[in-house]
Design a protein around this ligand. Structure first.
Ligand code: PLP
Length: 359
């Protein structure tokens, strides 16, 4: 099977992990600090806080922002469930916002004026232009789980030029991997402090009282990233630019090979922005049949995503889904075809042939 996404691990990545395994620290320690510093270099963010996974990073961002009961969090209807779950973890309510069909990202012009926060997803790695927010809510969080390595005229995604915090995932299909892992970047030192505390049980060390003394000042979690995995992440960051270049090259090749076919191509990045191409999500008629034909041809396409308002746990909330027509229209036709740095042109040709035969 040709997978829709896959990690790329080289000998240097393996050596970096083995070195930590032979060292003194396995769980959070110096390799996490080095990984966070490397993330700051790449995103140009003043602070980066690593987490056990991207979902934990989103949860921490919602908590550090002080969101809770009575707050309204606007999230796009077309996203992975974790984007919405983080609002529920802290007891906030959710406003589902339709996508802009031109970008497949949240339609920022439709974020309710009453929203206390918005979580913008850079769908497929195409950075959302946060400058299009009609009115800035109290809190702006980026779900950049698709978009490490992407950039806008404001700079690299993650620099928080127009947001309070930016969340990343390092799951194997994402731009770089730590197996499981995530991070939040921010320019606000107080938020960085709250994020670190939330990651570690809400503990504050009090050496002013005694060397061993600590206080739990908030209910936190154990959301730490192990050093073993941080070493992999830091090693992977060396290759981020190459990964993104390979994804862009393969995406352009798909565009050439599929031009003039019934396959609708995904939006490309506007001038001055760099697409991360986490996904190459085309749109096709009779999507279920096309999906099956691809599987029969040994190609594991995927659908991103079953919209939030279709899931039973969100349906039970009675969310207003009257006005999510663009999301539903896209969902009927979306299909992510294979795109990852290790995809060969021969594999890509096979995908194109199967897709053209099926559409
Ligand atoms: C992958 C992903 C997450 C969750 O990340 P995990 O590391 O798998 O917990 C959240 N939001 C989006 C948009 C994602 O793609």
């Amino acid at each position: 099977m040709i997978p829709y996404g896959r990690q790329s691990i080289d000998d240097q990545d393996v050596a970096a992990v083995v070195e930590v395994l032979h060292g003194d620290w396995l769980t959070q320690g110096p390799a996490v600090e080095a990984f966070e510093a490397a993330l700051c270099d790449i995103t140009e963010a003043p602070f980066a806080v690593a987490f056990a996974n991207g979902t934990a990073a989103l949860h921490a961002a919602a908590a550090a922002a002080g969101l809770g009961a009575g707050d309204r969090v606007a999230v796009p209807a077309l996203t992975f469930s974790a984007t919405a779950a983080c609002a529920r973890y802290v007891g906030a309510s959710i406003d589902l916002v339709d996508i802009d069909p031109m970008t497949l990202c949240i339609d920022l012009g439709r974020v309710p004026i009453e929203a206390d926060a918005v979580i913008a997803v850079h769908y497929a790695g195409l950075p959302t232009d946060l400058g299009r927010l009609a009115r800035r809510p109290r809190i702006v969080i980026e779900d950049a789980c698709h978009a490490l390595g992407a950039s806008t005229p404001d700079g690299p995604v993650g620099n928080c030029a127009r947001s309070d915090m930016c969340c990343f995932s390092f799951h194997p299909v994402k731009p770089i991997t730590t197996a499981e892992g995530g991070a939040v970047t921010t320019a606000d030192p107080a938020l960085a402090e709250r994020l670190r505390r939330f990651r570690n049980h809400g503990i504050e060390r009090r050496p002013d009282i005694a060397g061993w003394y600590y206080e739990v000042v908030d209910v936190g979690f154990n959301y730490r990233l192990p050093d073993v995995l941080a070493a992999l992440g830091r090693s992977q960051l060396r290759r981020l630019a190459d990964f993104i270049a390979a994804r862009n090259r393969l995406a352009e090749r798909y565009r050439d090979l599929l031009a003039g076919s019934p396959v609708e191509l995904p939006p490309s990045a506007p001038l001055g922005s760099r697409h991360g191409y986490h996904l190459f999500a085309v749109q096709v008629d009779r999507r279920a049949e096309v999906y099956e034909s691809l599987r029969q041809a040994g190609i594991a396409a995927q659908v991103h995503y079953v919209p939030i308002h279709h899931h039973p746990t969100y349906r039970a909330l009675g969310l207003d889904d009257a006005d999510l027509a663009n999301t539903d229209r896209a969902y009927d036709r979306l299909l992510s075809i294979p795109l990852h740095p290790g995809l060969t042109e021969a594999e890509q040709d096979r995908v194109v042939a199967a897709l053209l035969a099926a559409t």
